[in-house]
Design a protein around this ligand. Sequence first.
Ligand SMILES: Cc1cc2nc3c(=O)[nH]c(=O)nc-3n(C[C@H](O)[C@H](O)[C@H](O)COP(=O)(O)OP(=O)(O)OC[C@H]3O[C@@H](n4cnc5c(N)ncnc54)[C@H](O)[C@@H]3O)c2cc1C
Length: 369
Amino acid sequence: MTDYDVIILGAGINGCGIARELSMRGKNVLILDKSSTGSGTSSKSSRLIHGGLRYLESLKFKLVHEALMDRKELAELYPDLVQFLPFYFPVYRSSPRKAWIIWIGLKLYDLLSDKYSDRRSKIIPRKEFILHASCLKQENLRAVFRYYDAKTNDLQLTQRVAEDAKDYGCMILENTHVKQIVHDQTHFSVSTNQRRFKAPVLINATGPWIDEVNEQFNLPAKYQIRKISGIHIVIHDLVSNDLLFMQTKGKRVFFIIPEPENNQTLIGTTEREEHISSDDVIVNPDDVKYLLDNINHYLNPDHQIHASDIKYTFIGIRPLIANKENPTNLSREYKLDLHKMNGTKLLHIFGGKLTTFLSLARNAADLID
Ligand SMILES: Cc1cc2nc3c(=O)[nH]c(=O)nc-3n(C[C@H](O)[C@H](O)[C@H](O)COP(=O)(O)OP(=O)(O)OC[C@H]3O[C@@H](n4cnc5c(N)ncnc54)[C@H](O)[C@@H]3O)c2cc1C
């Protein structure tokens, strides 16, 4: 049996972020993942490090502000992986949100962001915009805004955070299947297909698998999640040279994200509630059609995208805290659920965006330190 200060289940961005923070604080940390580092939701996101402009609509100022502060820190910490880019936000006559509402939202976003004046949002003359995005229809285009957010490579970011944790002494075991978890007065004992490990603190950071893990090992938890999947389609070639933030008629939003390094464009995302195991979730053809219909609504006839233009699709599952809201309105905030059991501590990580892993990790580490 090998002893650690903390055992973390799950090597996604949150598990690795917490391991990095705890290892920096001198703790002896072990991460166990049933698959590979970052293979869960942390490699299936929209790859944005952002405050989440649309959460301002539901008055989530604290969430947006925390994410914007984390965005700033991440761009400083990992400048090769997190870069600020201009996002263009065209508003058409049929758009469900009017231009003045978006303008107010963007000014609020500026206020909650860092103070770089060269990254303030602004109105872009339509003629100038069309030079950037000639693929888009011009008729009924009412206004175009430009604001700044950051983009990353989610898998590489998670792997880098894992490497940082390892540099501070953390051990990560991939492809390791937990068979049994028991606890006595002082320790959790975790048996795997390889060995048995023990620690006084156990952290469940298994993202969309959290309920399944709690049920399998009979771990007490205050919350449950709703699994809301989202797909992306990746198109051969660049649809536009700039990042575009678009609205659907149904008041949802989607991004058109050029990835010139791979000569491809990422388009997403969708929302679908899943009721099966997170291992079994697959892309639904209706969601592919939804994205194609919505993007083609804005594209000129000679730029229409067809199913044959799709290079590949991928799907991720948002582990959102369960309540009765519709998926779009479900909170993207995270909850840290701590259980003190005799001399042991069990901490569940519910929710949490890629962007907010730094503050989540600090708050989690403070709870168990
Ligand atoms: C479509 C979509 C788009 C998104 N876009 C963005 C975005 O642009 N920006 C942003 O900030 N956030 C975004 N998010 C949110 C973000 O990606 C996730 O919230 C975040 O990646 C969750 O990380 P995690 O570490 O909690 O979970 P995961 O990355 O899923 O990690 C959980 C890990 O636990 C492991 N595991 C599961 N069961 C076990 C077990 N029994 N034992 C051991 N290990 C186990 C899994 O293998 C996995 O590696 C998006 C999410 C989705 C779905």
